[in-house]
Ligand binder design. Structure first.
Ligand code: TYD
Ligand code: MG
Length: 436
């Protein structure tokens, strides 16, 4: 009997099956199953039960305050929860070309007193040098290792005692002779991640693994590596806009809902200190179809401009298109406006967008979406200095959302003192009267 068994694993959610299937029964994604191998039961040492660990009282466990290595870039430290923890393994995931290498180079630049081992499996050392030069970074603290063999990287981590941070760009390029499959395959990526994680834990050096995620899914997605790493950071944004959002989806050493906001520039990536101000900078005053809302990103309230445009339908079927907002939610809100607020939209195409190219997922934006649409249909701008937030119920009621006070305060601070929320109004008709 072979030591290994072939299974098929969903690269989106990690579900395994003994047969290849077209659609994942767990996450419903199509064509996400790839061949994978696992050790068969027979190969495990069976029959022997070893007793090695003893239970201890949790109250008797001593902890010492964790010394964090702060990157000096506020927005990055915020998502990590205050900086790197010794031995922490961070997976930095994102689409190719989004700026993962750029942001990690920016962090290396900021950590000028710490020696960094930079494993470049994807690019040549010259390419990394060109990027560093472009960003005005002398890179005195960067030790370059052009290597893709996982065992060799591990021995380098163990050898270089004065290294304070290890960066691997990218995990998809690594391979190990001990494992089956080619570089980038599920088995290799998972196995190499495990090896490097062990090295980080035993040496106490924080490790950043860069991983590519593509729209079609990945060979080994963050879901598959989720349990192996301490922290998963996603760098998001779209190629049309210069903003990038760094989001945590898992963090054993800090909060998970924090986001950091960055801007791509000619000379590297910069943190954005006052995101709301920047998003509202180009807002046109007294324009119909525009409403400001306050969205919580983690524990931070951010102001966004919601824009709606309604035009008479030229074909029989009206179009509803949203960018940066859920299309399904838009349909629901249009239905609420029609039935509960008497705004007739059956002959109108409705286009909705979040200015700046951001994605807003919170129900708190409902009210502003409704007001922006109503404002466009009536061709009447929303009163100056007005911001709105709140969830719209199917009966046309405005519901409370978390952190109302903080949102209100932030809106006031940025020049929107007239806030419309469930604190000020109870239904959509009244909210429209107040805003228009
Ligand atoms: P990169 O960090 O190489 O992406 P990833 O590692 O996620 O694949 O960034 C690629 C893009 O960023 C590329 O289109 C060039 C752009 N860029 C800038 O706009 N400014 C810069 O200073 C740098 C280094 C890159
Ligand atoms: Mg890169």
């Amino acid at each position: 009997m072979s030591k290994f068994k072939t299974v098929y694993t969903c690269k989106n959610c990690g579900y395994t099956s003994y047969q290849w299937v077209g659609q994942c029964p767990e996450c419903s994604e199509w064509n996400t199953f790839v061949e994978d191998v696992i050790a068969s039961k027979e190969s495990k040492t069976s029959g022997q039960i070893r007793y090695s660990a003893e239970p201890v009282k949790l109250s008797s466990v001593m902890t010492s305050p964790t010394k964090r290595i702060t990157s000096g870039i506020g927005e990055f430290d915020r998502v990590l929860g205050g900086g790197f923890v010794p031995g922490q393994v961070v997976l930095l995931a994102g689409e190719p070309g989004i700026g993962k290498s750029t942001i990690i180079t920016e962090i290396s630049k900021s950590l000028k007193d710490i020696n960094i081992l930079y494993v470049c499996g994807e690019e040549s050392v010259e390419q990394v040098k060109i990027r560093a030069e472009r960003m005005g970074y002398e890179a005195d603290n960067l030790l370059m290792l052009s290597e893709t063999n996982a065992e060799s990287i591990v021995s380098n981590i163990e050898k270089n005692k004065d290294v304070g941070l290890v960066i691997v760009d990218s995990i998809q390029t690594l391979y190990s002779d001990e494992l089956l499959g080619t570089a980038g395959s599920l088995v290799q990526v998972r196995g190499c991640t495990q090896m490097l994680t062990n090295a980080a834990k035993s040496s106490g050096i924080p490790l950043v693994l860069i991983g590519h995620v593509t729209k079609e899914g990945v060979v080994a997605g963050p879901k598959v590596l989720e349990h192996l790493v301490d922290t998963i950071l996603y760098l998001e944004g779209d190629s049309q806009h210069l903003f990038r959002v760094l989001r945590t989806t898992k963090n054993r050493f800090g909060p998970v809902s924090e986001v950091g906001i960055f801007e791509m520039t000619e000379k590297g990536i910069r943190e954005v200190l006052n995101p709301s101000e920047l998003f509202l900078k180009q807002r046109m005053l007294n324009a119909a179809g525009s409403c400001v809302t306050v969205v919580m990103e983690g524990y931070r309230p951010l102001l966004f401009e919601i824009q709606a445009l309604t035009v008479k339908t030229s074909f029989g079927y009206p179009r509803r298109t949203a960018s940066g907002f859920s299309n399904t939610r838009l349909q629901v809100l249009i239905a609420i406006l029609e039935r509960r607020a008497g705004v007739s939209l059956s002959n109108y195409d409705v286009y909705l967008s979040i200015a700046g190219g951001f994605k807003v997922n919170e129900y708190a934006a409902d009210l502003a979406v409704c007001l922006a649409i109503a404002s466009s249909v009536k061709d009447k701008p929303i009163k100056e200095g007005t911001a709105a937030f709140g969830e719209c119920g199917l009966s046309g009621e405005i519901r409370q959302v978390p952190h109302q006070e903080r949102r209100t305060r932030e809106a006031g601070k940025l020049g929107y003192p007239n806030v419309i929320s469930s604190d000020h109004t109870s239904n959509i008709i009244d909210a429209m009267n107040k805003a228009l």
